[in-house]
Design a protein around this ligand. Sequence first.
Ligand SMILES: [Ca+2]
Length: 304
Amino acid sequence: MATTQGATTLRYTRDATDRIVARAVGGATVARYGFSGDGDTPDFTLDGANNVIERDVALVGGVVMTKRSGGDVWSYPNVHGDVVATANAAGTKQGATLSYDPFGSALAGTADNAAGNYDYGWLGSHQRGLEHEGSIATIEMGARQYVPGLGRFLEVDPVEGGSANAYDYVNQDPVGGTDLDGNAARNQFGCSVDWSDGDRPYLRTSSRHSRVGQKARFSCPRNPGKMRLTITVYRRKGWLWTENMGSQRYTLTGGGTTLRPRDFSTHCAGGTHTYWATVVAEAWAPNGRYSRYSYVTPSVRLTC
Ligand SMILES: [Ca+2]
């Protein structure tokens, strides 16, 4: 894929698994990226003449060491995984402390920890490449390019329902969630919700109970038992206000949970009213932070 901005043309070459294996600026290949495993984080970098110029070593705690003939660079992340400081081979901090706005725009410069103007900054401990050759920085998020200045992806979501809309990034919660592969929003412990497996949540209600159903699949492989689903049914009461008909909560367990339609034991009010329900899924991290996914069902008109 090639992108041209002003006089600068960038081209990435990808392999069969969509990993970037070469980067060209102005038609000349300036870097090739090599991998030693099946992930999309490069382990070594070659120049245009196929000489190995760098090796990337991912260390515990999210530290990434860039081994270079010109001197190793150590990149240290914050708790979000953003590179906030670099040190040289002697352990001496280089330059100012780096910082970013919530959506990833660099506020205090860019680290030089990879070849050329393609470095690791925001989410740099995950080796998400920051392309800063041109004046508009982009971040390579797996399947898609992300523009931190916009908080949006440049391409449509390859997985329908992976986030709030086709270009949205992690439901606009860039602090609590990530989308490292560009396919679906995940919270910091890898939890995600996939609405694409069936209908959106719906509400059916009767004189005896309401039924809120959907087929969303919640996946929380590293954090089982830490998700909760809350269903709340509302009734429109007059033009300006609504009545909360009550909530029910369900704790989700297991590495992946497919929700089935749920009965909800609220009673229909007398007369003809409009009802709707909110479905909120929350995933907790051990430190108390959580990600939230919410959906409002279409409203239904019912006479009891
Ligand atoms: Ca660089």
